[in-house]
Design a protein around this ligand. Sequence first.
Ligand SMILES: Nc1ncnc2c1ncn2[C@@H]1O[C@H](COP(=O)(O)OP(=O)(O)OP(=O)(O)O)[C@@H](O)[C@H]1O
Length: 799
Amino acid sequence: MSPGRPDGQLTDVIVPQVGVLDPSKEIGSALIVTHPLLSGLLEGRSPEDASLRHVEQLAARPLLVDDWPEWVPEPLIAALGRSGVPSPWPHQVEAASLAWAGRSVVIATGTASGKSLAYQLPMLSAVLTQPRARVLYLAPTKALAVDQLRTVSQLELPGVRAATFDGDTPMQTRDWVREHANVVLSNPDMLHRSVLPRHGNWASFLRRLRFVVIDECHHYRGVFGSHVALILRRLRRLCASYGAEPVFVLASATSRDPATSASRLIGRDVSCVDVDLAPRGERTFALWEPPLTPLRGENHAPVRRAAGAEAARILADLVLAGARTLVFVRSRRGAEITALAAQRHLKDAGADDLAARIAAYRGGYLPEERRAVEAALVSGQLLGVATTNALELGVDITGLDAVVLAGYPGTLASLWQQSGRAGRRSQDALVVFVARDDPLDTYLVHHPEAVFGRAVEASVCDPENPFVLAPQLCCAAAERALTPADVQLFGGAAAQSVLDGLVARGVLRRRPNGWYWTGRSWPDVEIRGAGGGPVTVVEAGSGRLLGTVESSAAPSVLHAGAVYLHQGQSFVVAELELDRSTALVRAEEPDWTTSAREITDIEVLATRESATAAGVGVTLGTVRVSNQVVSYQRRRFNGEVLDEIPLDLPVQQLVTSAVWYTLSDDLCTEAALDATDLPGALHAAEHAAIGLLPLFATCDRWDIGGVSTARHADTGQPTVFVYDGHPGGAGFAAQGHAVLGEWLGATRQAIAACECAEGCPSCVQSPKCGNGNHPLDKMRAITVLDLVLSAVGPGPARG
Ligand SMILES: Nc1ncnc2c1ncn2[C@@H]1O[C@H](COP(=O)(O)OP(=O)(O)OP(=O)(O)O)[C@@H](O)[C@H]1O
């Protein structure tokens, strides 16, 4: 370890070339590092420890301001001026003006680019200039709505009556909010459970509704996103019945094609503002891949040094250099371990005083403990904090010298949100992204263009999923009978066929003028799960309810012996009772993680889109997946496999969406892929593709599954399937189909970039493989992917 240069003096350090580097940063075969903190990190390291894969210099952006639009009332301009906003930035004016002109709009710009002002301008101008106007603000979490209330209240605008309406709002206050507040801050759950079912009470609010703001709209993805999309259609329909047609203003993190995602979410065309003109300081972004260790994992595959351990070393080095640093880790336990390990490194370096200035931060601490850590970090009393994503949303800590990300946080939106804690406007900052042992992380550190180029992942949902449509149509019909004209709003043909099914089951009644809910009580619809009766997770002894897990996912995450994380705290499952939909867990802190092994069969039920070229067939369709969890593995945090324990669980069936490709026999023969090679080649290609899909669709690798087979009964050919792990589909496989060439191109590159010889967790091994990651043929997987890519091309898929 070596101290850096807090005096800000620039020092060039030449690093030997390792892996793929950005040519613009190379001199001969070296990479120039100019940031003093980064050079400090590298100085003490041996060549075998050389982990730096890429350095990106994100240039500072100068301040550009615009005039206030003429429709913004003077008191609002004055209040904003007092709050430190003297003039708007150009992209804020563009989005706000579109909304004011009656266009629904999504603003999709970077962290801290001032998206709030873009929706506050139309929202507050409306209530200031038209005393009867009403505005609804929706956030994915209660905390964000509370944060927004604070911001709006601090403006002290006479005539603005803002109030939150959520599960915490006392009953006696609810009537006041409904009748008097003109800015109501809520969440989709409240809309679904409280506002829409009692729309008669809310009639005057809905009749006057001018704007609906949907903040952080990229959170509405997968099955939850599909529910929210249909809740918003329910809202639009009821507003229309009261004579209102509100304008939607959506704020999103940067993502691929935000206009399409936003219009799918609200069911209406949306304009898009995505050119970020907010001023910012320069940032140095380093991509870091921990070295391989002598340890051996499954099938003797090499194991890399764990991202958390590497991040702890980096944190210690940065703190030694005097830098205020935040490290983001995935779990609460990880946050504690990282902070402890960094303290140990500092003590070993003789810096006990600095070790005392490191702490962990996570959900589960008391609010006052959290506030104390936040304040100490802002004041500089604490120099290093290891945190979970508890610090990601709604906690305003900025201006740090460095941020370290231990592992990809799941989406580019989170990556930018977390890295945005460093520097902000005026000062230079360092961000280090440390890859975990996983194909997606490997791909990213070797392909900086996927991080710094155009945003690649799209926030997808599937409002046509029949498993979501059915309960949502019941809610809609219970609110007000559905008319034939409503069918289009809820998805046209897809809605029609679901309605027919609901009538056949006697759940809805068809009358000449529409569909009526027949139930006596209100439909009970859980929007944060996929339906199908969630399994309840209960703490044994205390009986405390910790949460629910979809029944389809329960065998793989709640089997006996599984380590279950709840808000970062770890529990071990004592018993899974599927017939009673309950899992009993005990708080424990074992030194291992568990991953379930499952075997899967797949049957093609229907084809939605299909195309064949050059011997390669690509299809999007509906499948039935039969899945059985057969065992689980216990692994130490360093990746070492401890053992595998068999399980006796029933077969689960899932009807869902899938994308699949086939290779003709002739093609395989030409490419010298014979019957003995194919299983390992297809299996490896499937694993890596599942690892990479989250880069293109905002899902987790646990949201999707795959099956590969050298001859599938329904296709009659070598086939690789990737399917949505949610009943009816969640839009992930459909997105994979839409961007097949890019997705499989990235998959190929991730495999090719990994320096292991025969496949490891960084490329083709999967943590949930039912066959113990056997057979896997890394090199022939590249051949398979080359065959598919030469048929479909590297761009978006046909059809
Ligand atoms: N025109 C402006 N002039 C000066 N400061 C501004 C301006 N617009 C916004 N800000 C400030 O920039 C900061 C970030 O703004 P805001 O929180 O709206 O960004 P955001 O894009 O919503 O960020 P996030 O992605 O973190 O949600 C706030 O402190 C805000 O007061």
